[in-house]
Design a protein around this ligand. Structure first.
Ligand code: G
Ligand code: G
Ligand code: MN
Ligand code: NA
Length: 250
């Protein structure tokens, strides 16, 4: 049976779930928030990772309702956490281009009563591809609503640096591929150093993703990254394990 059919049915039956991965503030030495990561517990295929169904959801026009579900659920969940914790939500290019997007965000914040400064949207460079004035205007409007905007998977796209000029991002998330190699190859180490120094000059928070070992943590700490995220701290966990994850990392 085609995944596409299952996907439509899953939406109707509310079969999706969110996992949460902590983001660790290296200076405060505590969790600063969680990133919401979509999961699909498929009745036959098991836990389907988002890489496998988000592209299909995009193709069949399901990403808008699915993305809306993610935003509502993530905000609702985060509203119950200690108030210093933020929630980061991944949003796709299609979602941002939807004229209703700002309204979807406003509704999610209203319904959950989550303070806007606790919501962070993670976008990739693909959102800014073509550098559309509308997209940039939408991002400015969202920022004016009080939430923050992070550029995800930084360093893997085409012309990363020009995007930094088109919009004042609050955060850059260094792609895991650089972090993984930063202790092994000099090239990756220097790239992490350069991105961190760039962030510092521009006043942008730098988060290193995919930190799996103590060596990698020492390395990115030494380079001056502000935050770290990765399996070393915790894998993405279901909502029921959030409290224990917070305790474990204290
Ligand atoms: O959780 P995992 O590493 O398997 O995620 C794989 C990819 O799916 C990542 O690039 C992540 O950003 C993306 N992703 C996870 N959850 C969401 C979501 O809710 N919306 C969108 N658009 N992408 C997501
Ligand atoms: O593209 P984005 O950064 O949103 O993707 C996040 C994905 O990276 C999540 O699906 C998560 O499962 C995965 N991830 C998070 N930390 C680690 C890690 O330390 N190692 C590896 N291999 N993957 C990770
Ligand atoms: Mn992300
Ligand atoms: Na990323």
């Amino acid at each position: 049976r085609a995944l596409e059919l299952d996907l439509r049915e899953a939406m109707d039956k509310d079969e999706f779930t969110l996992f949460y991965q902590p983001i660790y503030d290296l200076r405060m030495d505590r969790i600063s928030g969680f990133e919401a990561l979509l999961r699909w517990p498929h009745p036959k295929r098991g836990l389907v990772p988002p890489d496998q169904f988000i592209p299909i959801a995009e193709d069949i026009g399901l990403i808008t309702p699915l993305g809306e579900w993610v935003l509502n659920r993530a905000c609702e969940q985060a509203a119950g956490w200690p108030s210093e914790l933020k929630i980061a939500v991944n949003v796709s290019a299609t979602q941002i281009r939807d004229p209703r997007f700002a309204e979807v965000i406003a509704n999610a914040l209203d319904a959950s009563t989550l303070a806007p400064h606790r919501l962070e949207l993670e976008i990739t460079e693909s959102v800014l591809l073509g550098n559309s004035a509308e997209t940039v205007a939408t991002l400015h409007k969202l920022k004016a609503q009080g939430l923050s905007i992070a550029l995800d998977d930084f360093g893997t796209g085409y012309s990363s640096l020009s995007y930094l000029r088109s919009f004042p991002f609050d955060k850059l998330k260094i792609d895991q591929s650089f972090v993984r190699d930063a202790t092994a190859t000099n090239g990756s180490k220097l790239i992490v150093r350069a991105i961190t120094s760039l962030g510092r000059s521009l006043g942008i928070t730098i988060t290193a993703e995919g930190v799996e070992t103590i060596e990698q943590l020492d390395q990115i700490r030494a380079e001056g990254c502000n935050e770290a995220q990765g399996f070393l701290f915790s894998r993405p966990v279901p909502a029921t394990e959030i409290a224990s994850t917070i305790l474990n990392l204290r």
